[in-house]
Design a protein around this ligand. Structure first.
Ligand SMILES: Nc1ncnc2c1ncn2[C@@H]1O[C@H](COP(=O)(O)OP(=O)(O)O)[C@@H](O)[C@H]1O
Ligand SMILES: N[C@@H](CCOP(=O)(O)O)C(=O)O
Length: 309
């Protein structure tokens, strides 16, 4: 049986819409095996609602099928078991983690049986094809901070480690927000002034992270391309960002398409930021869970386990 662990991710980081992302130490674990029994079985732990047991709603299963098709491998009876630690539809890359888990797991199963698996580039390409943008799937696969784009159909990325001592606080509202809904409120065009605003912040953010200039993160996480439009879907967003900055966070952004908010915080300073974010969300009528989470250097990890034991 193959076991895959995939981290949550926070995409955009403010100005880097569809481009920047970081992996978080919050994980989904999946097990996958060929059973030799006709019917496929999906078992899910850690998520209520039930829909994920249905193949058509389960992106791990769909990604695995895509990988098997690409490799021309037909497993006879698939068992898929999931332990979910990444909240679904909260802007923490649950769909990206599911897609990466399915592709990586299926590739490893096929490789053991046939000697042929998918390359990292194949996996990223299929993952972007399913997810629609590369900013979550890339750090889910390779860990750390990533800058990613598609160039003439090819996924290109650079990965780098988080600066020492930088961690995250994540405020996760109770009410989910599907990414599709949050993309639906974005405009088709932006002004040149807003494009330049974001370009300057996104490049500043990457340079600041690479050189350890944490003093620049507050300015570098500002955004005019998606957050202003999504405020209507995330009550209190602006106040939560300001409260976290006032409590000592270095940089703060809507996590992915929301509704979660990520604050980048130096180790040891998380507590006041946690309380401030929780209070600000509550003031605006949103119950949320707030967690201090380390930034993950490692992306998807695969191991074989002996299922005969
Ligand atoms: N662990 C999982 N296993 C299978 N499918 C999943 C899993 N987590 C999320 N999904 C799929 O992804 C959808 C949520 O995607 P999305 O709205 O993009 O949320 P997020 O912002 O968390 O990525 C779910 O409705 C489900 O279809
Ligand atoms: N760039 C995307 C990121 C979506 O991330 P998710 O974690 O909400 O799936 C967007 O902003 O739409």
């Amino acid at each position: 049986m193959i076991k895959v662990r995939v981290p949550a991710t926070s995409a955009n980081l403010g100005p880097g819409f569809d481009t920047l992302g970081v992996a978080l130490e919050m994980y989904n674990e999946i097990e996958m095996a060929e059973t030799g029994i006709l019917d496929d079985v999906i078992e899910v732990e850690g998520h209520s609602g039930g829909m994920l047991e249905e193949p058509q709603h389960n992106l791990v299963y769909q990604a695995a099928r895509l990988a098997f098709d690409r490799l021309g491998y037909r497993p006879y009876g698939l068992l898929l078991r999931e332990r979910i630690g990444i909240p679904v539809a909260r802007g923490l890359g649950s769909s990206a983690a599911a897609i990466v888990a399915g592709l990586v797991g299926a590739s490893a199963l096929a490789e053991r049986a046939t000697g042929h698996g998918l390359s990292q580039e194949d996996i990223l390409q299929l993952a972007v094809q399913m997810e629609g943008h590369p900013d979550n799937v890339t750090p889910a696969l390779v860990g750390g901070f990533t800058v990613a784009c598609m160039d003439e159909g090819r996924p290109l990325f650079v990965r780098f480690d988080p600066p020492p001592g930088l961690e995250a606080v994540i405020a996760i509202p109770e009410i989910p927000l599907p990414t599709k809904t949050a993309r639906g409120v974005l405009p088709g065009e932006v002004t040149m002034a807003d494009a330049v605003f974001n370009l300057s912040r996104a490049t500043l953010l990457v340079a600041a992270l690479l050189t350890g200039r944490l003093d620049l993160l507050a300015a570098a996480t500002k955004d005019r391309m998606h957050q202003p439009y999504r405020e209507a879907l995330v009550p209190g967003l602006r106040a939560v960002i300001q409260a976290a900055l006032d409590a000592g966070a270095r940089g703060v952004a809507l996590s992915g398409a929301g509704p979660s908010v990520i604050a980048l915080v130096e180790r040891g300073n998380q507590e006041p930021v946690q309380s401030a974010m929780e209070a600000a969300f509550q003031w605006h009528g949103s119950d949320c869970t707030v967690r201090a989470v380390a930034l993950a250097r490692e992306g998807a990890r695969v191991e074989w386990v002996d299922d005969r034991a």
